[in-house]
Design a protein around this ligand. Structure first.
Ligand code: CTP
Length: 205
């Protein structure tokens, strides 16, 4: 199979040297890349900045912003058999980023943010019958109910639900659901173990 995997946390620039981002380490995305490569698949990785070492053997596309990630996914989606959106994509970006470095003043500063495009939702509505689209859901309450809602709204084949403790952690607990099966819990496992199970579940479809 040809996997298209996204990883890392996007950066949304306020001015040329400052940005809004999140605590994603890119660890889950890179673990998925390694698991897919080890299982003999072809992998294209679209990554926002991440602290991870990119595994050899992958086709690498580096991006920074949610908008750049969206362009890259749109360019490569048609050629893949499976998209896994493991990236922590910013939901909002500064509406009018400054072109030059902003100077500090003594006044309150208000930033206007504009929603970014939902890449996963776009993929769910543009997939062909043979393509698998998988996403993550990060929820601090009503985890399964909210994740299932996301799965339906974004027309996903698989969702991996986790909690904020998973961000940048070495190990985590996740719940996986596919369109045709009930929830499976993977408890306190390394991200590599979780990744292997995700890839195996997708292979079986
Ligand atoms: N995602 C995306 N494009 C965005 C935001 C998120 O493709 N602009 C993807 C993420 O990569 C992840 C999934 O959507 O696979 C769910 O992300 P999450 O932050 O849990 O949920 P959101 O849909 O952004 O909703 P909310 O933040 O309101 O829970």
């Amino acid at each position: 199979m040809h996997f298209l995997i996204t990883a890392g946390g996007t950066r949304e620039y306020i001015d040329p040297v400052r940005f809004i981002s999140n605590a994603s380490s890119g660890r889950m995305g890179c673990a998925l890349v390694r698991a897919a490569l080890r299982a003999g698949h072809k992998v294209t990785l679209i990554t926002a900045p991440s602290s991870q070492h990119v595994p050899a053997g992958v086709t690498l596309i580096k991006v920074e912003t949610a908008s750049e990630m969206f362009q890259a996914v749109k360019r490569h989606f048609a050629k893949c058999d499976c998209l896994i959106m493991a990236a922590a994509v910013a939901d909002y970006a500064p509406a009018r980023p400054a072109k030059t470095k902003m100077k500090k003043t003594a006044n309150l500063l208000t930033l206007k943010l504009r929603p970014t495009a939902d890449i996963l939702k776009w993929a769910g509505s543009h997939k062909n019958s043979g393509q698998v689209v998988a996403g993550f859901a990060l929820e601090d309450k009503a985890l399964k109910r909210r994740a299932e809602k996301k799965m339906l709204e974004k027309n996903l084949d698989m969702i991996v639900a986790n909690t904020p403790e998973a961000i940048a952690a070495e190990r985590s607990t996740v719940w996986i659901k596919t369109a045709c099966a009930d929830w499976t819990k993977i408890e306190n496992a390394s991200k590599q173990t979780i990744a292997r199970k995700i890839i195996r579940t997708i292979e079986r479809r």
